[in-house]
Design a binder for this molecule. Structure first.
Ligand code: UN1
Length: 481
């Protein structure tokens, strides 16, 4: 049996857990168990499924401190943000539990007399899920809870960088009453994801990760499908700062948006699109505050910025910063890896501010997934909107202004799935749809009421109680001669 270890990114010599790599037989077995359990689960009334999901929320809440510690240990998030990760799953459980007693479709009058139409949801069967390490509790909850509410079975492969978090999450589901075999975790690397994606018993794939992997997942699923495929991919999120913005608020938002979670959220702010009139002052103020951020052990309550996930990640981030400098950006602060004394061998990157990026430079167009913020200066509101939209991603954006007209125009014109006004690009709440435009996704949204769409088939039902054959589009029209 092949195994792999998950390690603490702040202390890489410390092993969080050892996991068996699932081979083809193990994936097969997981799909078979999910298929069997799903048949019975689909017979459970939706409100009863919802009650179990509500109980998962209670179990997660009661274990919040321990789960948050595990998130910190395995994913390197500072403790307070790890708590947020778990809380997001608790919130999701409450929301989805409520959905179990909400409308399950729509009703429609029909064009013929004594006939009525409605829609209802039907489970898709077994859903395959591939999830990232950066929200190792929240993201499985966004996928698993709606999938279960809709009556499905699940096979999930979490990132090999945060397997213990997923195991702990699924353990909480089982402790709350989710039937054994309904949710199956398989561990491993890309080939395990591929085995799930191409398995004939898996009808839908829900993937969160990078654009290149997402493309491969979708292509493989279609090759053996068609299957339902929902993709949540990268972001290159920008916050616009107009010349009337409250700069105190911008500084707070930029620090949290860009350097929170060490910049490793798909919603992290990585471009600050600033009106030229306030650029000097803003850069100075962000630098003053960011220099004071404490980079260190995420378990320590005084730490602001924890590690990045791996040494490879730190090297990749550094490569992007070097390239940005080569392309004419000014390095205002940071720009190097650090190793805090208490975290031997850990991979940390200092909060980094670059200035002078032009729209075509690599740093302005590509996701960093690290604590790096590029400042782009603009002359006007139109210039700002065009700059933000001139990018292949479309997840999250923000505008800081007091001008309500500009704020609303930005809401309409920014080509992203999420827009914030006077708030950073991170921090979405689970009862609103989450997802993005352009290469960020393929049209689905997670969370909110739309979160159920990727996990259910819509069934349109017509009831004819006239007792005779009625021909729509024909009987109620004049005969053609
Ligand atoms: C992610 O980074 O993949 O909006 C999810 C946010 C969080 C979710 C981020 N609620 O920042």
């Amino acid at each position: 049996m092949t195994t792999f270890e998950s390690r603490n990114p702040a202390h890489p010599s410390s092993i969080v857990g050892t996991f068996a790599v699932a081979d083809a037989a193990a994936v097969d077995d997981a799909v078979r168990r999910a298929t069997g359990a799903q048949r019975a689960w689909a017979q459970v009334p939706v409100p009863a499924r919802a009650e179990i999901i509500g109980s998962i929320g209670d179990v997660l809440a009661s274990r919040k401190a321990d789960l948050a510690r595990l998130v910190t240990l395995e994913a390197g998030k500072i403790l307070v943000e790890a708590g947020g990760d778990v809380q997001e799953a608790v919130d999701m459980a409450g929301f989805i539990a409520g959905q179990g007693r909400a409308a399950w479709g729509t009703t429609h009058p029909c064009e013929m007399p004594n006939k009525f139409g409605f829609t209802t949801r039907h489970p898709v069967g077994v859903v395959g899920m591939i999830t990232p390490w950066n929200f190792p509790v929240a993201i499985p909850s966004w996928k698993i809870f709606p999938a279960l509410l809709a009556g499905n079975g699940v096979v999930i492969k979490p990132s090999e960088l945060a397997p213990a978090c997923c195991d702990a999450f699924v353990e909480a589901c089982v402790a709350a009453g989710v039937p054994a075999d309904l949710v199956n975790v398989v561990h491993g690397f890309g080939d395990v994801g591929a085995a799930i994606t191409t398995h004939p018993g898996v009808r839908a794939i829900s993937f969160t990760g990078s654009v290149p992997t997402g493309r491969r997942v979708a292509a493989a699923a279609m090759e053996v499908g068609p299957k339902l495929v929902s993709l949540e991919l990268g972001g290159k999120n920008a916050a616009i700062v107009m010349d009337d913005a409250d700069l105190d608020l911008v500084v707070e938002g930029a620090l949290f948006g860009a350097f929170g979670t060490s910049g490793q959220r798909c919603t992290s702010t990585s471009r600050l699109v600033v009106h030229r009139a306030v650029a000097d002052e803003l850069v100075e103020r962000i630098t003053a505050r960011a220099t004071a951020l404490r980079v260190g052990d995420p378990m320590d309550a005084t730490t602001d910025v924890g590690p990045v996930i791996t040494a490879e990640s730190a090297a990749r981030i550094h490569g992007m910063v070097e390239r940005a400098i080569d392309e004419g950006n000014t390095l205002v602060m940071g720009g190097h890896a650090v190793e805090p004394s208490e975290c031997e061998g850990g991979s940390f990157y200092t909060p980094t501010l670059l200035r002078g990026a032009h729209r075509d430079s690599y740093i302005a167009r590509n996701e960093v997934f690290g604590p790096v913020l590029a400042v782009l200066e603009v002359e006007s509101f139109d210039d700002a909107i065009e700059t933000v939209n001139d990018c292949e991603y479309g997840l999250s954006s923000a505008i800081y202004t007091h001008d309500v007209n500009l704020a609303m125009q930005a809401v309409h014109r920014l080509d992203t799935g999420i827009v914030y006004v006077n708030a950073p690009t991170i921090g979405a709440e689970i009862h609103l749809p989450f997802g993005g435009n352009k290469h960020t996704g393929n049209g689905y949204r997670e969370a909110g009421t739309r979160g159920l769409e990727q996990f259910s088939e819509t069934k349109s039902v017509y009831i004819d109680y006239s007792g005779r054959l009625q021909k729509a589009q024909i009987d109620n029209r004049e005969a053609l001669s």
